[in-house]
Write a protein that binds this ligand. Structure first.
Ligand code: GCB
Length: 589
C-alpha cells in the first residue's frame, strides 16, 4: 500500500485535528448518521487515554466513537477518492454518512476505503468506532476477564500479556487522497550493491507505464517504458548508516489524457549472513542500539513527529546505528526518517504476549504447554505479516523482520505455529531479508523449538536483573554459557541480544552499584559488553529500552518501566554517556 503523496496527479488532505469523541458502554450503539450526543473534544492522532483524567477513562475497556465532518469539493469527486487511516488501535468500524464502509482488525498498520460512491459534494459525516480489547484472538494478546467483588457490580478488566500500556484510539494520521481512475496501486523496487536493480509497478486499470530513476542529486540515471524491468547503474552510491544514499523511482502511468505519477524512494544495498555475522553490503555490520517504543507523555503511543526526529537525533548522538520496532510496526513517517538518516531497523509485527503462562511482568498461571492449543491468532498473524511487508518492503532501513517477541517458543506446537509464518515472511519479501523470532529465557538453547526457523538468533536476557540480581559476575557467566550453548546448537547462525536492561530511577545514585541506581545500570551494561566482545559470533546488542515508558500498573513497575537509557522525557541517564563512549566509532571486526 503506497504512502499518501502529493504529486502532480494526486491530492492529499489532512483529517487530523480535534474530533468529537465518546467512550461507549457495553452494547451502546452511537448515532452514525448524526452527531454523537455528549461528545468531548479529542485530538487525532493521539492515544485517547492520557488526554483526560480518571482511571475509568484511561482504562476503559471496549468501544469508543470518534466523529468529524469534512467537506468534499466537485473536483475531488471527479477523481478516485480514498479515505486512509495510518492505524486505529486495535479494531475499527468506519461509517460515512451513516453507511458502513468496512471494518479493520489490527492496531498498527494502515487501511483505506474508496469513498467515491458514499461521499457527496459538501459536508460529509465520518464516524469511527474503535475497539481496544486485547484477547487471545488479537495481536498483541491479552486477557479479558470479568471480576466479582463483594457488593459490587461485576467489573470487566482487560489485562495485557505484554509490558507496555495498552494505549489505543486513532493513534496515527487520517488522510483523504485522490488518484486518477487508472492509477498506480503499488511499486516494488529492489536495488543491489553492484548497482543492479529490478522494479515492478502494479497498475489498476489501463495505461502505459514509464519509469525514471533519479540519483541522490536528482539526476536521471535510468529511463524505461513498461510495468516491470531491470537494469544496472554505474558508480552506484550505496545505502549505509554512514551515508544513506536514497534514489527515487519516479513512476508515471499515462492513460488517455490522464496521468498518475508517484515517486518511491529506495536504496541500493544488500543484507546477507556470512560467517555468523549480519553483513551490510558484503561487510559485517554490528548492530548497536535499542528496543524502542512509540511512547511519550500526553500522546501515549500516538504519532509524535517531533519526538521521532528527537529520538533519531539521540540515536546518532549516542553512536547507535539501529533499533527494533518492539513490539509493533512503527509509523510510516518513522520508517521514512530512518531511510533518510541511515538507521537500520528490525521491523516487528505486533505479535507479543503469545504465551498463556508467562509475560515479562509475571507468571500468568495458564495451563503448562497450553499456548498453542489456546491462541486463535494464526490467521491474523499471517495477515499482519503480509500487511507489514507490503507496507515496508521497499525501505532500505529494514534489515530484518521479526515475526514475534517472546512467544511460548519452548512449548509443544511452537514449531508448527511458526514454520509457516517464517516461510510466509521470506516469500513475501522481494529482498529476502533475514527473518527472526525474538525469544525469552524460558526458551533455553535446549528447549527452544524455533531456533532453526530463524536466520539470526535474537534472544532477550535479563541475568543480573530478574535473576542473579546484584551479582554481575554470576550474570555474565550465565549469559556467556547460554550464548555458547546456542552457538553449539546453531553454529552457522549469528546471535544478537535483542533485550537486556536494568530498571534505573533517574537521579538515584550509590557508590556501590546497587539495583535501581544509575551506577548499577552502567555496571550491568559493562558486564554484558565484556561478554559480547569475547564472542566472535555476536552480531549486535540492543539494550532494553531506549527510554522509560508507560506500562500497566504492577508492583514490578514504578510508574512504568524504568529500563530506559533516557528518561521518558528524553534526558540521558549516566548509562547514556557510558554507551556513547562504547559505541561511538565502535565496529566489531
Ligand atoms: C521483556 C519484554 C519487554 C519488557 C521487558 C522488561 O522481555 O520483551 O516487552 O518490557 O522484558 O522490562 O521486563
Amino acid at each position: 500500500m503506497l504512502y499518501p503523496q502529493l504529486t502532480d496527479s494526486r491530492m492529499v488532505f489532512d483529517l487530523n485535528g480535534v474530533w468529537d469523541f465518546k467512550l461507549l458502554d457495553e452494547g451502546q450503539c452511537p448515532a452514525v448518521d448524526g452527531p454523537v450526543q455528549d461528545a468531548i473534544p479529542m485530538a487525532v492522532p493521539s492515544a485517547y487515554n492520557d488526554l483526560y483524567e480518571g482511571r475509568a477513562f484511561k482504562e476503559h475497556v471496549g468501544d469508543m466513537v470518534y466523529q468529524r465532518s469534512f467537506s468534499v469539493s466537485a473536483p475531488m469527486l471527479e477523481k478516485r477518492l480514498v479515505l486512509r487511516f495510518s492505524s486505529a488501535t486495535h479494531q475499527a468500524t468506519v461509517y460515512l454518512n451513516g453507511k458502513l464502509l468496512g471494518k479493520h482488525k489490527g492496531g498498527f498498520l494502515p487501511f483505506e476505503f474508496e469513498i467515491g460512491q458514499q461521499a457527496r459534494r459538501g459536508e460529509n459525516l465520518l464516524t469511527v468506532i474503535v475497539n481496544n480489547i486485547v484477547d487471545y484472538s488479537t495481536l498483541p494478546c491479552g486477557r479479558l476477564v470479568t471480576e466479582k467483588y463483594p457488593g459490587l457490580a461485576p467489573m470487566v478488566r482487560n489485562y495485557p500479556n505484554f509490558d507496555y500500556f495498552n494505549y489505543t484510539g486513532i493513534m496515527r494520521p487520517v488522510k483523504l487522497y485522490t488518484t486518477p481512475r487508472n492509477y498506480i496501486r503499488d511499486i516494488t523496487v529492489v536495488g543491489h550493491m553492484d548497482g543492479s536493480f529490478s522494479y515492478k509497478v502494479d497498475v489498476q486499470g489501463e495505461g502505459e507505464v514509464a519509469v525514471e530513476m533519479l540519483d541522490p542529486d536528482k539526476k536521471c540515471v535510468f529511463k524505461a517504458q513498461g510495468a516491470s524491468g531491470e537494469g544496472k547503474i554505474e558508480n552506484v552510491r550505496l545505502w549505509a548508516p554512514e551515508n544513506p544514499a536514497l534514489y527515487d523511482l519516479v513512476v508515471r502511468l499515462a492513460s488517455g489524457d490522464e496521468q498518475d505519477s508517484y515517486t518511491e524512494p529506495f536504496g541500493f544495498r544488500d543484507i546477507s549472513i556470512q560467517n555468523c555475522r549480519i553483513c551490510l553490503n558484503g561487510k559485517p555490520v554490528y548492530l548497536k542500539g535499542f528496543g524502542k517504543h512509540e511512547d511519550s507523555y500526553v500522546n501515549g503511543r500516538g504519532f509524535n513527529e517531533a519526538l521521532n526526529v528527537k529520538d533519531v537525533g539521540l540515536l546518532k548522538w549516542i553512536g547507535a546505528n539501529s533499533f527494533r520496532t518492539s513490539h509493533y510496526p512503527y509509523s510510516e513517517e518513522m520508517m521514512r526518517l530512518c531511510d533518510r538518516e541511515g538507521i537500520m531497523v528490525i521491523d516487528e509485527v505486533p505479535a507479543v504476549g503469545l504465551h498463556t503462562a508467562f509475560t515479562a511482568t509475571g507468571m500468568l498461571g495458564g495451563e503448562p504447554n497450553g499456548t498453542w492449543r489456546t491462541l486463535q491468532t494464526a490467521q491474523h498473524h499471517r495477515d499482519v505479516i503480509n500487511d507489514l511487508i507490503a507496507r515496508d518492503k521497499n525501505h532500505p532501513c529494514v534489515v530484518m523482520w521479526s515475526v514475534a517477541n517472546e512467544p511460548a517458543s519452548e512449548e509443544e506446537g511452537a514449531r508448527e505455529y511458526f514454520e509457516p509464518l517464517t516461510v510466509l515472511a521470506r516469500q513475501q519479501d522481494p529482498q529476502h531479508r533475514p527473518v527472526t523470532i525474538v525469544t525469552y529465557e524460558g526458551s533455553s538453547p535446549e528447549k527452544c523449538k524455533v531456533a532453526e526457523l530463524c536466520d539470526v538468533l535474537v534472544i532477550n536476557r535479563y541475568r543480573g536483573w530478574y535473576d542473579t540480581e546484584g551479582n554481575l559476575p554470576g550474570a555474565a557467566a550465565k549469559l556467556k554459557d547460554e550464548f555458547e550453548r546456542f552457538h553449539a546448537r546453531c553454529p552457522e547462525k549469528p546471535i544478537m541480544l535483542g533485550e537486556y536492561g536494568a530498571d534505573t530511577i533517574a537521579g538515584m545514585h550509590d557508590a556501590t552499584p546497587t539495583l535501581f541506581s544509575e551506577e548499577y545500570q552502567v555496571a550491568y551494561l559493562e558486564a554484558y559488553s565484556e561478554v559480547f566482545d569475547s564472542l566472535p559470533y555476536i552480531t549486535g546488542e540492543h539494550v532494553w529500552n531506549f527510554a522509560d515508558f508507560a506500562t500497566a500498573e504492577n508492583i514490578r513497575r514504578v510508574q512504568g518501566n524504568k529500563k530506559g537509557i533516557f528518561t521518558r522525557d528524553r534526558r540521558p541517564k549516566m548509562a547514556a554517556h557510558y554507551l556513547k563512549g562504547r559505541w561511538t566509532g565502535f565496529e566489531k571486526e
